[in-house]
Each structure stands twice: as structure tokens, then as C-alpha cells.
Design a protein around this ligand. Sequence first.
Ligand SMILES: Cc1cc2nc3c(=O)[nH]c(=O)nc-3n(C[C@H](O)[C@H](O)[C@H](O)COP(=O)(O)OP(=O)(O)OC[C@H]3O[C@@H](n4cnc5c(N)ncnc54)[C@H](O)[C@@H]3O)c2cc1C
Length: 285
Amino acid sequence: MFPAKFAYAAPSSLQEALGMLDDPDAKIIAGGHSLLPLMKLRLAQPKLLVDIGRIPGLSYVRRENGVLAIGAMTTYRDIEQSSDVRSAAPVLADAVHEVGDPQVRAKGTLAGSLAHADPAGDLPAVALALGGAVRAVGSGGERDLDFDSFFVDMLTTALQEKEIIREVRLNVQPTGAGAAYQKFDQPASHYALTGICAVVSVSNGSISAARIGVTGVGPKAYRPTAVEQALVGKRVEEEAVKAAVQTVADGIDVQGDIHASPEYRAHLARVLTRRAVLEAAHKAR
Ligand SMILES: Cc1cc2nc3c(=O)[nH]c(=O)nc-3n(C[C@H](O)[C@H](O)[C@H](O)COP(=O)(O)OP(=O)(O)OC[C@H]3O[C@@H](n4cnc5c(N)ncnc54)[C@H](O)[C@@H]3O)c2cc1C
């Protein structure tokens, strides 16, 4: 299937790219692994693709004062291979390894995944569990958008039309905390039918803090804050954790499609949250 006709531009700076976004029919393209499939299905028909892949200096992973700073054109593969990611947030490398296949990981970017906000994308769950922000540039300058308010709805984020993510800023895993990503995937695409990322701290055999990111369940990734609170003080034991995570899909518009009914997705969310929390707790020191 071919996309509708479009023009292509390869700016050499973010400022030049921003100028091109004055055209209301222009769209940023990074790895192209979400945008091009949409264009082929005619679900998106931009008249101009602004390729930020030729802009120098947008591919890097840096560790800065408790934050992993990841440039907008950093691919999944770069992240998987980064020793900084492995030491500061190994759960990110683990989750990235679960994305699609080697071809997708060679081209797709973390920033593109967050900007796209696919309800079945893996990385929004990890971003919510680790915490942090995207650093975006727009005509008004630069600003940080906290992940907690970044994912607005299905395929919709708090980014303005004429804003470009320059950098993704993820908190490193807290000292001593454990983290895990548990995913039940759609076997053809490997997108998450449900994916749960948990970052858990343990003190004297009980959970002292938990942050959880959920993807694949509702129209957007979210944090089940009631579950996070319910886990605090619970012993790291199967039954106690199981009881605390039962409400993980409560109050969510759980999605159903040809792959899984809402009831099945809610069930997966409970099972995978229990597994992710227990795995993370066992990894915690
Ligand atoms: C076969 C296949 C399997 C896949 N399996 C999975 C999977 O298992 N799990 C998963 O999570 N994903 C999966 N994906 C999607 C993949 O992860 C995409 O690469 C990713 O979602 C988007 O990143 P990208 O760089 O390709 O973005 P693009 O496709 O280039 O862009 C996606 C959207 O984000 C916008 N955008 C991109 N970069 C920026 C930026 N810096 N600032 C502002 N807006 C930006 C674009 O305008 C566009 O709207 C799969 C894709 C394919 C084709």
C-alpha cells in the first residue's frame, strides 16, 4: 500500500525544522515506524514530511545528575546498547528489547514513540514508572513537559502542533529500587496487549514506594496511583501484592478490539501488575 503524495524536507537545524512546521500540513518524521504505516493506511496524509534525522547532535544518551538525557533521534537500538542505560535504568533497556523486531528497533526512536502516544506502545509505561519529562522546543523557546501530564488521550499528547521533542529526560532508577517490565504482546506486531512497568523500593521486607506505568489497557498510558499507594507497607508476598493490585484497571475506559476484550485486558493488567511488582521487589536491594 502506498501513501498519498507528499513533499520531503531535511532541515539541518531544529530552528529550520520549526520554521517548516508553520505549514499546517507538515509533520515531523523521525524513525518513520509509526507515521509511515499510518500514511499507508491514509489515516494520516501530511503534505510535507520534515525529517529531523539529518539534524546533527540529536542522537545521544547522557547521564546527568539523576537523569538519563536521551536525544530525539536516539534509536531503540542505541538505547539497548548504551552502558549508561544498563547501569542507570536497566528496565528501559529491557522494555526497549521488547519493541517490535530488530528492524523496528534499528530505526524507531524513544522520542517518536512518546510523541506518537500509541495506546499499545511500550515506552509510555516505562516513562511514567521512571518519571521525568520531555524537553520540547517551539517558537516560544524550550520547555519541559512532565510525563504525568504528557499523555492526554489516544495518539494525543500535551505537545503543541509546532513543538518538537529535542530530548527525553528519564529519572534514573532510585538507589536500591528494583524495576521490571511485564508485557503480554500481540504476537504479529509485538505491540503490548498489556504492558506494566513497576519501579519498587523495599525496606525490611515491605514495599516502601512504588511507581507503576500501564499501557495497552486504556486509550492512553497511565499511572494507577491508588494501586501505588495500596502497595506501600505491603509485605513482598504473592497474596498481599495480588490483593493490592486488583484495582489497576478501575475507572479506566478499558479498550476492546479483535485481539482482546476489555475484560481480558483488565485481567491481564491485574496479573501483569502483580508479576511486575513482585519481580521489581525481588530485584530491589
Ligand atoms: C512492525 C512494527 C512493529 C512495532 N512494534 C512495536 C512494539 O512492539 N512496541 C512499541 O512500542 N512500538 C512498536 N512499533 C512502533 C515503533 O516503536 C515506532 O518506531 C515508534 O512508535 C515511533 O518512533 P519513530 O521514531 O518511528 O516515529 P515516527 O514514526 O517518525 O513518528 C511518530 C509520530 O511522532 C511524531 N514525532 C516523532 N519524533 C518527534 C519529535 N522528536 N518531536 C515531536 N514529534 C515527533 C511524528 O510527527 C509522528 O506523528 C512497531 C512498529 C512497526 C512498524
